[in-house]
Design a protein around this ligand. Structure first.
Ligand code: SF4
Length: 189
């Protein structure tokens, strides 16, 4: 495709300005509407809100993070056998700031709670938590231990629970699909 020449570029810029201006009608905005905040645009029309919801639903970004043996299952989730990439689930990020899904995989010791909370607070909002496996959900085999809590939901709000010790990687696939449905409004809390 040929590059835009000056006139075409100018026309595209004007068209974009018009689109943004129309979506902001009735709202107080600064003169340079082209660079108006996306959040302002999303408040202006229900259609746009639906679009944002659809985008959130279809771009979940899990965090690269594991606590105990369930993390091995999390690694297996990345294998060709599961083929999680077909749904775009394998973009595990190395920094919480680029993530919106925390998969808690493994038992949670009391000493790890401040670190897990810190990671959660650093994640982008809105954010979601999947409790992956028995230990993360209820303490698992260590439910009477002095140093392991009886479920991550004592510390963070959990959106989807996955059972099993160890849980199957396919279950994580199903959990992410369920989470997407929840983000899209298909499942109530
Ligand atoms: S649920 Fe089982 S596999 Fe997972 S962390 Fe606990 S003991 Fe390990």
């Amino acid at each position: 495709m040929a590059d835009y020449d000056g006139e075409e570029f100018e026309n595209a810029r004007k068209e974009m300005e018009g689109l943004v201006e129309r979506s902001l009608q009735g709202r107080e905005v600064k003169p340079n509407v082209l660079f108006a905040k996306l959040s302002e645009i999303t408040k202006s029309a229900p259609v746009t809100k639906d679009l944002i919801r659809w985008s959130r639903q279809n771009s979940v970004w899990p965090m690269q993070f594991g606590l105990a043996c369930c993390a091995m299952e999390l690694m297996d989730f990345g294998s060709a056998r599961v083929d999680a990439e077909r749904k775009g689930y394998l973009l595990f990020r190395g920094t919480p700031r680029q993530c919106d899904v925390m998969v808690v995989a493994g038992w949670v010791t009391k000493s790890m709670i401040p670190e897990i909370k810190r990671l959660y607070e650093q994640m982008s909002s809105p954010k979601y938590v999947i409790s992956y496996g028995e230990c993360a959900t209820c303490g698992g085999p260590w439910f009477e231990s002095y140093n392991i809590i009886k479920g991550i939901d004592q510390v963070l709000p959990v959106d989807v629970y996955v059972g099993g010790c160890p849980p199957r990687p396919e279950s994580l696939f199903a959990a992410l699909m369920k989470l997407q449905k929840k983000i899209g409004g298909g499942i109530e809390d």
